[in-house]
Write a protein that binds this ligand. Structure first.
Ligand code: NAP
Length: 306
């Protein structure tokens, strides 16, 4: 039997349901089949099933599958497929198809899962990992930089903050109070987001030289007020805001999935932390998205399929 998360119309998490088929799908030529163990959630998933601009971007026309990130074992190899074997532990992403017991993919898109990395962690890396890598690289950070990172405890922010620190930058991260101790433990200087942000940032560091926005216009406006040039501000959450100031909008789309292998190795070695906020069984997919949409996860929300 194979289960699939699907939606037949746009709407909130209650449009999601699980369909079952008697037999797992068979990989075609050049494909492999992965038995999925875990799959992380991303905001873009719900932005797609809600309809609106993201649905148009990804050409979503219900009925659709759901999710992107997954990790599991290769369990069938189609004719002519190379590079992986049945039994390999792997992770990757497949837009609007990942939340299923089995996914069929091009083996070239799969990344080997390090033994020390859990399926929950590996299955949470495709979008957040690629995005964190791309955004940090977009600013060419050096040890001379002090970078403001918004939503620094969130799925992208927590990875981006740690990658920035590894480049030698000082990181000031926005988060609610309950995440401040956690962020301090990662080497991030925490500040609360919301009204008075500029003043609070000034109280903890003498200057900000760059900004990575993972939440919305507030960080962009604060960074500009703090004297950061627009070309040293990147946003993944408020594209179109202050384009007059030259704000960049680099996301993860251009990053080769294999590059996430380097990040996976760092997490496996304990050099970077990817917190798993909550794991929900597949049957509770609606609850999992309600929790993500509420907007205060630390790290990643994961669906467990085994
Ligand atoms: N363009 C791309 O390539 C790309 C890729 C990935 C993501 N994105 C977008 O980037 C955004 C972040 O994604 P994500 O996966 O990191 O989301 P996420 O994990 O859901 O982010 C959750 C975090 O947001 C923080 N937060 C809540 N309210 C906030 C506020 N008012 N100001 C600052 N932070 C606040 C929370 O902090 P507290 O819990 O401390 O309140 C929480 O840690 C989403 O809009 C997503 O769609 C774009």
């Amino acid at each position: 039997m194979a289960r699939y998360v699907r939606f037949d119309r746009f709407g909130g998490p209650d449009v999601l349901h699980i369909e079952t088929e008697d037999d797992p799908p068979l990989p075609g030529p050049g494909q492999v089949r992965v038995r999925v163990h875990a799959g992380g959630l991303n905001p873009v998933d719900w932005k797609i099933f809600h309809g609106g601009p993201s649905a148009a971007t990804y050409h979503a026309v219900p009925p659709c599958g759901n999710g992107n990130d997954f990790a599991g074992f290769v369990d069938e190899v189609g004719h002519g497929s190379t590079g992986v074997q049945a039994g390999d532990a792997v992770f990757g992403g497949k837009r609007m198809f990942a939340q299923a017991d089995y996914v069929l993919v091009d083996p070239g898109t799969l990344v080997p899962k390090p033994d020390e990395l859990s399926f929950d962690e590996a299955g949470s890396l495709d979008i957040s990992g690629r995005t964190a890598i791309a955004t940090v690289e977009s600013l060419a950070l050096t040890p001379d930089d002090t970078v403001l990172v918004s939503a620094a405890a969130g799925g992208v922010g927590v990875l981006a903050a740690q990658l920035a620190i590894r480049r030698g930058a000082t990181v000031v991260g926005t988060a609610s109070e309950r995440n401040h101790e956690f962020l301090r433990g990662l080497g991030v200087i925490p500040v609360a987001y919301g009204e008075g942000l500029v003043k609070r940032v000034r109280s903890v560091v003498p200057r900000i030289t760059a900004a990575l926005d993972n939440h919305g216009p507030e960080t962009i406006d604060a960074a500009l007020k703090l004297g950061v040039p627009g070309r040293r501000i990147n946003t993944i959450a408020a594209r179109g805001h202050r384009t007059d100031a030259g704000i960049a909008g680099v996301g993860g789309a251009g990053v080769d999935p294999q590059r996430v292998g380097e990040l996976a190795a760092l997490i496996a070695a304990g050099e970077i932390v990817l917190p798993i906020d909550t794991v929900f069984p597949l049957e509770r997919v609606r609850d999992a998205y309600e929790h993500l949409i509420a907007g205060h996860v630390r790290g990643k929300v994961v669906l467990a399929l085994v």
